[in-house]
Design a protein. Structure first.
Length: 273
């Protein structure tokens, strides 16, 4: 995506780049001034991302006007376009108050999106994957602590583990890249300070798991976030083994679910502050 026509203009943000949202950390170092303001329009949402339609069925949509440090405007806007927002957004110049501003408005905003009726202030922390999804994972984990011979508890933990990873992919997608390279986006999580510190606090042992396709070894190591993230992802990828190994599979996925859930809840809580 190209820079806006005039990078010297302030940036009006109503979504993922607002203070307190996942992408604000990308530009925070360049923000000289932030002001909470509103603009006439209404919101729609596509894949967890808000899209603003200016003027139509106008509500007072609340957002922030961000002024960047003089000389760092291009750097700030480069950080914004670094997540490839052209997949869903396009640059537009409009007036907020008495000032000309740059704003990201929806591209083909009616296609595949839903109306956020009456919502005037979007908050990504209310995403169902971060609220109801996490609650459902917790409920399934609580109700399936012991292995049963008909495999139902194992299947349910696998379902919960997949749902947890869907939440993680939503998080990394909103924070790092709006494109489709899931593996690249997820790998960014291991570089987060919140992830590495939570990993050390939650995990107290080293474990190993092997790929069921090529027998490659993956190691859970509280001192190595990158290896640990690959371990948790491999647990997700492995299929169920028959026979005696199935009890081992249950213990592996249960332990991984307990740990990764606790870690991700810490990451979510810290990131939305």
């Amino acid at each position: 995506m190209k820079l806006p026509n005039d990078p010297k203009l302030p940036f009006f943000t109503y979504g993922i780049f607002k203070p307190g949202q996942l992408c604000f950390s990308r530009i925070q170092a360049f923000v000289r001034k932030k002001e909470k303001v509103s603009i006439g329009g209404h919101l729609r949402e596509r894949d967890g991302i808000p899209l603003l339609i200016l003027g139509e069925n106008a509500l007072n949509i609340i957002g922030y006007l961000l002024d960047f440090d003089s000389g760092n405007e291009v750097k700030a806007y480069s950080r914004i376009i670094g997540i490839e927002p052209n997949k869903v957004y396009q640059w537009h110049e409009t007036i907020v108050g008495s000032r000309n501003v740059n704003i990201l408005i929806g591209r083909r905003e009616l296609r595949g999106s839903s109306d956020l009726e009456y919502i005037v202030e979007w908050d990504g922390s209310n995403d169902p994957y971060f609220k109801q999804g996490i609650e459902e994972v917790e409920n399934i984990l609580h109700e399936n602590q012991k292995f049963d011979i008909d495999f139902r508890s194992l299947f349910r933990l696998q379902m919960a583990y997949s749902l947890l990873w869907s939440s993680i992919e939503r998080y990394t997608g909103l924070k790092y890249h709006l494109g489709k390279d899931i593996v690249e986006k997820v790998s960014q999580l291991a570089k987060e300070v919140y992830f590495s510190s939570a990993l050390k606090n939650v995990v107290s042992e080293r474990r190993e798991v092997f790929s069921t396709t090529d027998l490659k070894k993956y190691t859970l190591d509280p001192d190595n976030p990158q290896k640990s993230l690959k371990y948790y992802y491999q647990v997700r990828s492995n299929s169920i083994h028959r026979g005696k190994a199935v009890v081992h599979d249950f213990n592996t996925i249960r332990s991984s679910l307990i740990e990764l859930l606790a870690i991700f809840k810490i990451v979510l809580n810290k990131s939305f502050k």
